[in-house]
Design a protein around this ligand. Structure first.
Ligand code: SF4
Length: 388
């Protein structure tokens, strides 16, 4: 793919209402599609790292001229599988982002990685490139479950990856697990939670399996197979993780996230706090404090737009006051910091506290783990009250 020369002159300059404090880069490449995954990915045996990094550089020059020089608090390479860019590709990708958005001296710089890609040499080169946090896609320690999920690693590989991170001095890292798998797989969730905590990651994220359309498991479901756990199992496993990880010293600081003190994800906190952020790469979303925008989803379409000097935007929405109220309520309720409420709202949320779904104190309501299981319903009832 070649690039036209006058892109920067032809493209619109996008100025942020609030200078962005976070940068997200979507790296879409994966070795294969996991059975549950509906993310915007590009399955490639050989990853076109140079082409991708050049296109990110191009997108920055097309879109971010008005923001050159802003200092950001976090940079996050997500995906997809950013670790498949290879050490040199990651270093170059971070370089092009840093040229436009210099990170603060203590910035959090995260990459997502599959255990297959975490070797002592890779960890050393990531650290040299400025990466100081790794999010590891583990999902399970049960080889049968991993195979069912179409993961490319086995459980033994996870331990090797964790050792490589620890030995390589990557102090800040996170581990993802998926719960609510179909019972027939015989996956032992308690054992997985125990093994995850035993590896000592400073942060653990949990995702409940859901069946999204156009995924392999959706096709299996269409053929009559049971591909997800029951609602009871979903609730039981979620609450078990809360109990076990809290006992192991983790703070359950957001619906899906647990961290050792001081190890919460600063990048995700930015999203939850409504901060302004830039999204680069296919399907990436950005937000400037009022307007949300998103890029072309497919890699080829995004690449073509960028190579022709066009802003690869696929759509945008200006948040209305009503949207903003709904977001403020939803985002506030999802973290352990909770949501500030007025005196009149205390009456609405008292019923939640009576049911064990929330606690109320000093003008703030905080959901409990059983409340987080009902987050959508509780957020919409409070939003409806707030919007009257
Ligand atoms: S590695 Fe992640 S992004 Fe890639 S297919 Fe699997 S779940 Fe999706």
């Amino acid at each position: 793919m070649s690039f036209v020369d006058d892109a920067a002159e032809r493209a619109p300059r996008v100025s942020f209402r609030v200078p962005p404090s976070h940068v997200y880069v979507h790296v879409p490449f994966c070795a294969r599609r996991c059975s549950y995954c509906d993310f915007a990915i590009a399955v490639r045996r050989r990853v076109p790292a140079d082409e991708f990094v050049e296109a990110i550089d191009r997108e920055l020059s097309i879109r971010a001229l008005g923001n050159a020089g802003a200092t950001v608090d976090t940079i996050y390479l997500g995906g997809g599988t950013p670790s498949r860019l290879g050490p040199a590709g990651i270093a170059r990708a971070l370089d092009v982002v840093r040229r436009r958005f210099p990170p603060a001296s203590d910035a959090e710089i995260t990459i997502e990685a599959n255990p297959d890609d975490v070797t002592p040499a890779a960890v050393a080169s990531w650290r040299d490139a400025g990466v100081n946090r790794v999010s590891l896609g583990v999902q399970s320690f049960d080889d049968r479950a991993l195979e069912w999920m179409h993961r490319t690693h086995d459980a033994a590989r996870v331990s090797e990856a964790a050792s490589a991170l620890a030995d390589g001095g990557m102090e800040n890292w996170s581990l993802d697990l998926i719960f609510a798998l179909p019972e027939a797989l015989g996956r032992d969730w308690s054992r997985d939670v125990e093994l995850a905590a035993a590896l000592g990651p400073p942060h653990i994220s949990l995702y409940g399996l859901t069946v999204e359309s156009h995924t392999p498991i959706a096709r299996w479901q269409d053929r009559g197979m049971t591909v997800e756990g029951t609602e009871d199992a979903y609730e039981r496993e979620y609450l078990h993780a809360d109990t076990a990880l809290s006992a192991a010293g983790y703070m359950h600081y957001e619906v899906s996230n647990f961290g050792r003190p001081g190890r919460g994800s600063r990048h995700n906190r930015g999203y939850w706090n409504g901060a302004s952020y830039v999204g680069l790469g296919p399907a990436a979303h950005g937000y400037d404090g009022r307007t949300r925008r998103w890029n072309e989803r497919e890699y080829a379409a995004w690449l073509t737009r960028v190579s022709e000097g066009d802003d690869p935007i696929a759509g945008s929405e200006e948040l209305t006051d009503e949207n903003r109220v709904a977001e403020q309520v939803y985002l506030g309720l999802r973290t352990s910091d909770g949501l500030a409420i007025s005196h009149s709202e205390t009456d609405v949320v008292r019923a939640w506290a009576d049911a064990g779904w929330a606690s109320i104190g000093a003008g703030v309501v905080r959901l409990t783990p059983t409340g987080w299981l009902r987050l959508d319903a509780l957020a919409s009832s409070l939003t409806a009250f707030r919007s009257r």
